[in-house]
Design a protein around this ligand. Structure first.
Ligand SMILES: *Cc1c(COP(=O)(O)O)cnc(C)c1O
Length: 494
């Protein structure tokens, strides 16, 4: 299968090239030229497979240059019991008679980024070999929290790679910072940046654009790459869990083969919900995609009006991984709906020039045929956590709560009672403070004791990777000026 840029069908690459390169040369996103539908009996056939087997089944048609034996080895390593704390990997929890929750946080960092970032390093290193790249790769990441830790765990001790993560000095939660600075592995580096997330991100972009640095590193046999969510190697593994969830519902008799479900996804960069759309494209019967946002509701407005406008205030919310004004992966959906690369390129040009674009009526109609959207603020998020706990004794994190809230609202407004899968993207223990607030606990324990406090209040166990932070000494204490990030790179890649 070939991959083309969202902005130009003439930019055409193989899967290993697309994964190694990340972004298309014209700034577009590499996207499959065509989607093959699963065979008619595939969902039934997959019912009895393990998650790694389902992953290979779903991913293989997109990765013709990879052998099934290779993919089997990757899937076993990525989703094995050393990495995920339950054998289903992405279990589906029954909330009530027509609501199911797909839990994507059973991996090593307790957030959904693991689903893709455990697989990406395997795909990337194999891709580099296949295209004959001799240099070693250093992954640079700017993170506002979850991605940095997910990438560190994914790339730790992967041969021929190093990974260096920059995070804003006062811009991540205490637990997120501790997760990163205690990271184990011989090939990892973590460094705080004086400034906010934007400073860290701009700094990393500058490193990628630095020709002199590129030449220096090439002499040392290194080159820089990213683990950004626009890489096809991150989107593809996410399609798997939607297929898997449907198979689980089939297996437990919750749906009949062919019966449609809705999905509701807490959305930031649009990668997760896009994967759901692709799952439908290859044959999973999904009726509606419900896009859930927090107070940064640029996507809600877009899906309701057809106008994407990032010129608006930015809010720091209880669900920080969705605090985003430019949802990069939306570009891939625009291509799927228009089929016109030039039209997508035009929208993106407008976005760069004015921060705004408006899709045609035809595109808006298509969008609204497939998608619904809603948002909620922090108060509603907390109320939802409390409500879900009281009604079902089911503890959810703030990101997941946004999805639950928006799903309930959607059902009230439309009367649509199609069985729905709400997607859960983080363990509530990653956001103890907000969750305890929601449960009405005013007096909160210090430091990591807050994990035990939440466990005591709810009777839910602390996930092992977070409990294990206790007593770990920080390995990384550097903090750099944003102008000096290049020195960190040079020092690491001697
Ligand atoms: C990254 C993330 C999201 C947003 O996912 P996108 O693919 O960017 O839409 C939602 N919740 C959590 C916990 C995340 O880490």
């Amino acid at each position: 299968m070939y991959y083309v840029s969202t902005r130009d069908a003439a930019q055409r690459l193989t899967a290993p090239e697309a994964i190694a390169q990340g972004l298309a040369r014209d700034g577009g996103l590499m996207t499959p030229e065509a989607f093959l539908r699963l065979p008619a009996n595939a969902l039934e056939d997959m019912k009895d497979m393990s998650y790694p087997q389902r992953a290979v089944y779903v991913m293989a048609p997109f990765l013709g240059e990879f052998s099934v034996a290779e993919l089997n080895a990757f899937a076993k390593a990525a989703y094995g019991p050393e990495k995920f704390d339950c054998p289903q990997v992405a279990p589906v929890h029954t909330v009530d008679e027509n609501t199911y929750c797909l839990e994507l946080w059973h991996g090593p960092t307790c957030a959904f980024k693991d689903m893709a970032l455990q697989m990406l390093p395997h795909l990337l290193t194999a891709s580099l070999k296949k295209i004959g790249e001799r240099k070693r790769v250093c992954i640079l990441v700017a993170t506002s929290g979850d991605t940095g830790k997910g990438a560190l765990e994914g790339f730790r001790d992967v041969p021929q790679t190093k990974i260096l993560v920059f995070y804003p000095q006062n811009g991540v939660s205490a637990i997120q910072e501790l997760q990163m600075v205690t990271q184990e592995g011989e090939n990892v580096g973590v460094c705080a940046v004086k400034g906010n997330f934007d400073d860290a991100q701009t700094g990393v972009k500058r490193l990628f654009a630095d020709e002199e640095l590129r030449e220096k590193l090439a002499k040392r046999r290194w080159f820089l790459s990213s683990a950004n969510s626009i890489n096809w190697g991150r989107v593809l593994p996410q399609i798997v869990y939607y297929v898997s969830a449907y198979c689980d519902l089939l297996a437990q008799g919750a749906v009949q083969n062919g019966q449609a479900v809705n999905v509701c996804v807490p959305t930031g960069n649009f990668g997760n919900i896009l994967a759901a759309y692709y799952a439908k494209t290859i044959g999973v019967p999904i009726a509606k995609f419900i896009c859930a946002s927090n107070a940064n509701n640029v996507l809600t407005d877009f899906l309701r009006t057809g106008v994407y406008d990032k010129n608006r205030p930015f809010y720091n919310t209880l669900s920080p991984s969705m605090d985003i004004l430019v949802s990069s992966n939306l570009e891939r959906l625009l291509l799927a709906l228009t089929g016109e690369h030039a039209q997508v390129a035009g929208y993106m040009k407008e976005l760069t020039r004015t921060g705004r674009y408006q899709v045609s009526d035809k595109v808006l109609q298509k969008l609204q045929g497939e998608f619904a959207a809603g948002f909620c603020d922090d108060e509603q998020t907390k109320a939802q956590i409390a409500k879900t706990w009281q009604a079902h004794r089911y503890l959810i994190d703030p990101h997941t709560a946004v999805a639950f809230h928006v799903l309930e609202e959607y059902r009230r407004e439309t009367g649509d009672q199609t069985p729905a899968i709400a997607v859960s993207t983080a363990s509530p223990f990653k956001f103890c403070s907000g969750v305890l607030d929601a449960l009405g606990v005013g007096e909160k324990a210090e430091g990591l004791d807050i994990l035990d406090q939440l466990a005591q209040v709810t009777g839910c166990p602390v996930p092992a990777p977070l409990a294990g932070l206790r007593g770990k000494a920080p390995r990384f204490t550097q903090c750099t000026e944003k102008e000096k990030m290049v020195d960190q790179v040079l020092e690491m890649l001697l």
